[in-house]
Design a protein around this ligand. Sequence first.
Ligand code: PEP
Length: 248
Amino acid sequence: MVKPLVAGNWKMNGLTADLATVREIAAGADTITRQADMMLCLPATLVAPGAEAAGSSALAIGGQDCHAAVSGAHTGDVSAGMLGDAGASAVIVGHSERRQDHGEDDATVLAKARAALAADLTAIVCVGETEAERRAGDAVARVVSQLNGSLPDEGTAGTMIVAYEPVWAIGTGLTPTLDDVAEMHGAIRAHLVAHFGTGEQMRILYGGSVKPGNAVELMGVAEVNGALVGGASLKAADFLGIADAYRA
Ligand code: PEP
């Protein structure tokens, strides 16, 4: 049995005043028993105060990106060790917005995931096809190729998570059919089992327009072990509503 994870990605949103939302989510994570872990991946500026706001609650804090190097002349970048030092226990790497906006390829994502593992952070590695790739019937092949290129061999079920996020579903309100989600998660699971000793237990999150209204059906698909949530993680009620898909 894989314990699911509901993780939020605040992207480039959030100021000090929004720590009230982190506190609200942390309180909500503790008041209702859910069969899922919960995490918020905050902008780098909010990781330390966010970790403080989450305190000893069931809400973990993560970062959204890290540099592949431990330290050095990389102005404006943040290392995995720095995120850990600030209170993060995980970091997203290879989000499609980084792949698109910053030209990150699989080799870059692999190096970042390795850096995360070396810093004792859980690496949440994102993969996903574009709309054109899905229309061309290449979605599964594209994602498998990203898995081949982006996942470090040393990753384990305890240290690495795959987030399947179809690029065309992120922030659009569109979601794949449940059959398409099942097909992709099945293909990802087969890849993980074939390549990692603990592949059967590795979490595979679905991400892309997850809302309280569609969380139960999406989270009910085989091999979906939780969600990576963008927009709906900015509001405590919505994020907690999604996590409620896993109410005990
Ligand atoms: C994301 O950015 O990881 C994401 C899934 O966004 P949204 O939930 O807003 O589609």
